[in-house]
Design a protein around this ligand. Structure first.
Ligand code: BYC
Length: 478
């Protein structure tokens, strides 16, 4: 059952906003604050218009249209996937009961918290990426950056709609706060660690869209299972848009690796710094950083929060309905990564421990994510292999550079060997980007804003957007 999208009002939507004047007015009064945030915290590069995809409906016959749009006039809308009237709770203590159209009083605080955390990441990423337009390697990449940005803006709308529609005054206050916290702010930072890190260059942007957006895919996937049906439906639709963001990351890193291989071969050297390409060890360090901060986004290896979310039916597992168990997990267990005491000493070593499956659910999701990330490394290594280069990229060990969870208090090498704090200080520059690496990468970030041209540190894409060629006029600069 779907309601046709309504494009006539100030806020495009398929939630019959016009039938609830109070809600409509509340969202319409949030809208200017959103636009003000977009103008002050959004993309800084002045443009006339950008070739953008806009969500227009949720059905199977196409949900998006493409066209040149002036960005502040982008039609950010509220779109929920179609309602399945027979849908039932798939897990937890309410398994088998009809899903909820309203928020049950006893779960209000937890649901609001999950929605606020999800909502907080969306504008955060736009803030992190706001200056990248000035150094885009091509108009194609510039367009993709802006596409990602406007859609993260729409995902903020998706969460703000839920807060306004289902959480009363507190929800409206939280919606305001989402525009007041800022990435990296000392006074009011974004909630989760990775969203306060900088995205100062395009290699970081591609790593972010590969690794951090992929956390988004997995978190949205678990919220899509929620018994709170409006949350489930909004996440289902967000996942459609998310696929493009990850394509930007995957193919972005592909193209950086590709170009590095070409320059290595052309000059018969591994040392491509100074030859205009990004050396493989630097790519590995950026990978190590973005992967490890993204692992933190899954929370602790064990968590009573996540056990409660699951039992209550608020947040499920990745592909819950494909799991062959009772979907309640009350008597199951799981091995999770942990520090274990070494017999007879005060030492702790990196190992595993058995815990109840419910408290180990963050680990379950993190493992799904890790195996997906291995897919990226595999494809980048294929590019290296096909280019005749012997080096390979790797995912670092789960204990490497962690700030959240079981390994937050220790240091470890990318191979998973425990290190003293002093040794970590001495050696971390071999594994994480140093100021020298970052300065070199930044020195390559010279804008290429001419149609059909591309920077020397990255290969062109195989395909353009929506069937258009690479040299299409994706962006008209102001
Ligand atoms: N940084 O019990 P624990 C996306 C807090 S990305 C700082 O282990 P829990 C996107 C935690 O809140 C997806 N603090 O955690 C991507 C808790 O605080 P309290 C975003 C952290 O609750 C790119 C305490 O530490 N969506 O969409 O089991 C571009 C104990 O932690 C961090 C979601 O995350 C951290 N990294 O799991 C745009 C989904 N990690 O309660 C968008 C909603 C944990 O002691 N969120 N803490 O005050 C959740 O499901 C969960 O809150 C978390 C944490 C998975 C984040």
């Amino acid at each position: 059952m779907t309601t046709a999208a309504d494009y006539t009002g100030k806020i495009p939507n398929n939630v019959s906003l016009h039938e609830d004047r109070r809600l409509q007015r509340a969202l319409e009064s949030w809208q200017p604050n959103f636009l003000n945030w977009w103008q002050t915290m959004g993309p800084t590069l002045p443009t006339q218009d950008v070739y953008l995809r806009t969500a227009v409906n949720v059905g199977r016959d196409g949900w998006a249209q493409f066209g040149h749009v002036a960005m502040p006039e982008y039609r950010w809308g509220i779109f929920l996937a179609e309602r399945d009237p027979g849908r039932r709770v798939g897990f937890g203590e309410h398994k088998g009961e009809p899903v909820w159209d309203k928020v049950p009083g006893e779960y209000r605080a937890e649901l609001q918290r999950l929605i606020v955390i999800q909502g907080d990441t969306e504008p955060a990423s736009v803030e992190q990426q706001r200056n990248l337009g000035a150094t885009a390697p091509s108009l194609y990449d510039l367009r993709n950056l802006f596409q990602v940005n406007v859609e993260e803006g729409r995902h903020l709308w998706a969460m703000v709609y839920l807060l306004h529609a289902y959480f009363g005054r507190e929800g409206r206050e939280e919606a305001e706060e989402l525009l007041h916290r800022n990435s990296g702010s000392l006074d009011a930072p974004r909630i989760l660690g990775a969203f306060n890190e900088e995205t100062p260059d395009w290699l970081s942007f591609f790593m972010f869209t590969y690794f951090t957006d992929r956390d988004g895919k997995y978190q949205l996937g678990t919220l899509k299972e929620s018994a709170f049906d409006p949350l489930s439906r909004t996440c289902e639709f967000m996942l459609k848009e998310e696929a493009h963001h990850m394509m930007v990351g995957t193919t972005g890193v592909d193209r950086v690796v590709q170009r590095t291989v070409e320059v290595m071969r052309e000059h018969d050297t591994d040392d491509v710094a100074g030859l205009g390409a990004i050396p493989l060890p630097v790519i590995q360090k950026y990978l190590n950083f973005h992967y490890s901060v993204s692992l933190d986004l899954f929370g602790g290896e064990t968590s009573t929060n996540v056990a409660n979310y699951y039992t209550a039916g608020l947040k499920g597992r990745w592909l819950e309905d494909r799991r062959r168990d009772d979907h309640k997990l009350t008597s199951d267990s799981i091995m999770v990564d942990a520090l274990s005491e070494e017999a007879g000493t005060d030492e702790q070593s990196i190992g595993q421990t058995e815990v109840s499956a419910l408290v180990g659910l963050n680990t379950d999701l993190r493992r799904e994510y890790i195996s997906d990330c291995q897919g990226g490394v595999k494809r980048w290594n294929r590019i290296l292999e096909e280019g005749g280069v012997k080096q390979r990229l790797h995912l670092p060990h789960v204990a490497f550079n962690r700030k959240v969870g079981a390994f937050a208090g220790i240091e470890a090498t990318p191979a998973g060997e425990k290190l003293s704090a002093e040794e970590w200080q001495r050696r971390q520059g071999a594994w994480l980007p140093t100021e020298v690496d970052k300065t070199y990468v930044r020195s390559l970030m010279q804008p290429v804003h001419q149609r059909g041209k591309i920077a020397a540190w990255i290969a062109p894409p195989r395909n353009g957007i929506n069937g258009q060629p690479f040299d299409y006029d994706y962006v008209h600069l102001a």
